[in-house]
Write a new protein. Structure first.
Length: 171
């Protein structure tokens, strides 16, 4: 019997073919799992937007979630031009306000909350004060991907939501 090369042996050809098919199957399974995870993450992706509304004798700020999943708001920062405030009442013009908590809540997709509504005579003063008010929210998806949003409504990806307690908005 002639001495055959190992790679020409029929059993070895079958074994190498099985190995190649196994590697292709493993690669396909891993890629499919990756695509499934990305799809799952994108199907619950929050997208917060901060807006201001002025109408007659009322002034308000609102936050809407225009994404596909819930937004887990971790913190809010509000700066009034001279300092970080803890409550809306820290701004002297907000005397007749109705407010809602924004600093630590879950905002379902396609929902809007209005953290503060002012009704009164000083709407023009609030509109002029509005230029110096900075609002920043940090929120995460259920997959713990986090973003920071301000009034420019351009989310910035962050590793996690960290805040200095002196800057935390409490309401």
């Amino acid at each position: 019997m002639a001495n055959q090369k190992w790679y020409k042996n029929p059993e070895m050809i079958v074994a190498l073919s099985a190995l190649l098919i196994g590697l292709v199957t493993a690669f396909t399974s891993i890629y499919s799992a990756y695509v499934d995870r990305e799809y799952a993450r994108s199907s619950v992706w929050p997208r917060l937007e901060i807006f201001r509304s002025v109408s007659g004798d009322s002034f308000s700020y609102g936050v809407s979630n225009n994404g596909t999943g819930p937004a887990l708001v971790q913190y809010a920062k509000i700066y009034d031009g001279s300092k970080y405030i803890k409550m809306w009442a820290d701004i002297e013009l907000f005397r007749n306000i109705r407010q809602s908590h924004i600093g630590n809540r879950t905002l379902p997709h396609q929902n809007t909350i209005t953290p503060v509504v002012y009704k009164g005579e000083n709407v023009e003063e609030l509109v002029s004060l509005d230029n110096s008010i900075r609002i920043e929210l940090c929120y995460c998806s259920i997959y713990e991907e986090c973003w920071i949003i301000d009034r420019a409504n351009q989310p910035k990806t962050v590793e996690a939501c960290f805040i200095n307690d002196e800057q935390r908005f409490l309401q």
